[in-house]
Design a protein. Structure first.
Length: 557
């Protein structure tokens, strides 16, 4: 999907094919209301693709005065953890949504799922298979060739029931047997070629402990769980489109009473300059390419929260990109624009110097200070808060605002030039102190209340630069975050595709005195530098730590 289809006022929530389907169903009387669910697997942290699904499912329930369940698909005890359950609950709440109580778990229905499996066996629609996983793959066939029946497919009902009950009792080893649906090994849809319904997995479950040694498969669990909870619409990502016939087959085979849930698929989120694969995200964390699941370079909700994104900005992003029926890529620009648009009207402006260059103002009296006032919202006259600025004989400017031999179009400070200090006065550079390698380490300047005609800007007007006082400024650790990958559509070669400048440390940064009182989680615009947040885990008055959320200027892919 090209970003060109959007404009600044685009509101994709107004109408889409999912809403059209729901409207048709309600008009036809198929359902009396709308019930949706968000069904994550607790085997990792949620990412921004999940956030899109959360906004869609909970948003639809809100808009149609229905309900949305939070249901954990906890059918694989080997990969699941309570840590992930807790993080998912926190993410959903943080995004601004509330599920219909109580929280649901697929494990709530293990007994019911088992009973339904026995019903399928009794109806001759399921059988216990002795093929290994590798043999199952061999028997399945290909997209162009039909599969072939398992040698165990024609076992009788009584034998299948006996074997399935012995599977539950723990008599067989992992992988020794499985329960499969008896459908059609020649089906053009590979998902309908006798899919597995249960497998043996002798692992302790985070909720049921060692009560079960067989666990239901996702495709079987999902449709039955939806039906138990009375879902009207089961909204899934596009990769489940080919699974829909199985979804419907299971409920039909069980003679589930109407109305049954309707599965609708939409395209998953593919966001440029990042990866959405849980496997790749886990690899990034486990192999220490990043510093944990909340590393601000990751697309996880926890990471975006720590980086400084607001829930409103993620909901705005989800609204702008809308829902589509085909897979596409979204430019990273739209994510950055959403948070920038959300932060711009509400974030106070302050000054920070990330790479300090010392300036001595020689005609400013030693030991004296001078106070100025600077508005926190300079573009909005109606917002009155001001903060105090302190001028001293020694100040810091950013080294990027000075050049020894500036080119023609460099309009900032250089030898013989002057600039205007933001909310302060004019300074003129007349001497440069250099180190042994010829680099500027200190500037000698004089100040004046009016310009003296040495500016390099248009018409000789001086440029405006930011600054902080020398003694009164606050030492801080500032981290500049950027896109995780250097290629827009990474294939997963982490060694070659990762952006080496996705994190740039500025340990010597200095902040204006106002920021001494900043609290963890507060957001600011550092003028000319971007939007920043006081890092939740690390920030303190003793160790001020700020993360850059996003730059000030839009950057298209």
């Amino acid at each position: 999907m090209s970003a060109d289809i959007f404009d600044d006022t685009d509101k994709a929530e107004g109408g889409n094919f999912i809403r059209n389907f729901i409207d048709e169903d309600l008009a036809a009387g198929r359902y009396t209301g709308v019930t949706t669910r968000f069904p994550p697997e607790p085997n990792g942290y949620l990412h921004i693709g999940h956030a899109k699904s959360i906004c869609l499912n909970f948003g639809l329930a809100q808009d149609y005065n229905g309900r949305c369940n939070l249901r954990f698909d906890d059918t694989n005890p080997v990969k699941e953890d309570v840590e992930y359950v807790d993080s998912i609950r926190e993410d959903v709440r943080w995004l601004g949504f509330q599920w219909q109580e109580p929280i649901h778990y697929a494990s709530d229905y293990f007994e019911k799922l088992y009973e339904c499996a026995e019903v399928l066996i009794q109806k001759g629609l399921a059988y216990v298979d002795d093929l290994t996983a590798e043999e199952v793959r061999e028997y399945r066939g290909t997209l162009t060739e039909p599969g072939k029946n398992s040698p165990w497919r024609d076992r009788g009902v009584e034998e299948n029931l006996d074997l399935f009950r012995r599977m539950r009792a723990g008599e067989f080893a992992d992988g020794a047997k499985s329960l499969r649906a008896k459908i059609d090994m020649a089906s053009p849809n590979i998902n309908m070629r006798d899919p597995a319904l249960y497998r043996i997995r002798k692992a302790s479950h985070h909720r049921t402990g060692d009560q079960w040694v067989i666990y239901p498969m996702y495709d079987y669990t999902h449709c039955v769980s939806d039906a138990i909870e009375g879902m009207s619409h089961s909204i899934c990502t596009l990769e489940f489109e080919d699974h829909r016939p199985l979804y419907d087959w299971v409920l039909e085979a069980l003679d589930w009473p109407a109305p049954r849930p309707r599965q609708i698929e939409f395209a998953r989120l593919n966001l440029e300059y990042t990866v959405m694969s849980k496997r790749k995200l886990l690899q990034l964390v486990k192999e220490n390419f990043v510093d944990g699941w909340d590393d601000p370079r990751l697309p996880t909700v926890a990471a975006l929260r720590r980086r400084g994104f607001t829930p409103e900005s993620l909901r705005l992003f989800a609204s702008r990109i809308g829902v589509a029926k085909r897979d596409s890529w979204i430019e990273y620009y739209w994510l950055e624009k959403s948070v920038r648009d959300d932060l711009n009207p509400q974030t106070p402006r302050v000054m920070a110097v990330l790479k300090p260059l010392k300036v001595v103002i020689e005609n400013f009296p030693e030991g004296e200070t001078r106070e100025f006032s600077g508005p926190l919202f300079p573009d909005e006259p109606d917002k009155m808060p001001f903060r105090k600025l302190v001028m001293e004989r020694e100040i810091f400017i950013d080294e990027d605002d000075f050049m020894l031999d500036p080119p023609k179009k460099f309009y900032r400070l250089g030898p013989g030039r002057e600039v205007l200090l933001r909310w302060g006065f004019y300074i003129h550079c007349h001497e440069v102190v250099k180190d042994a390698e010829g680099r500027a380490t200190e500037l000698r300047c004089t100040y004046s209340e009016e310009p003296r005609g040495f500016g390099a800007g248009s018409g000789g007007q001086p440029a405006v630069i930011h600054w902080v006082p020398g003694k009164a400024s606050i030492p801080a650790h500032v981290r500049l975050y950027d896109r995780l990958f250097k290629v827009p559509r990474p294939k997963g070669d982490l060694g070659k595709e990762l952006n080496p400048e996705s994190l740039v440390d500025c340990p010597g940064a200095r902040l204006e005195p106002y920021l001494a009182e900043a609290q963890a989680g507060q957001r600011f615009q550092f003028e000319r530098l971007g939007y920043f947040i006081a890092d939740e885990p690390l920030h303190s008055r003793e160790t001020p730590t700020f993360n850059r959320i996003v730059t000030l200027r839009d950057k298209r892919s």
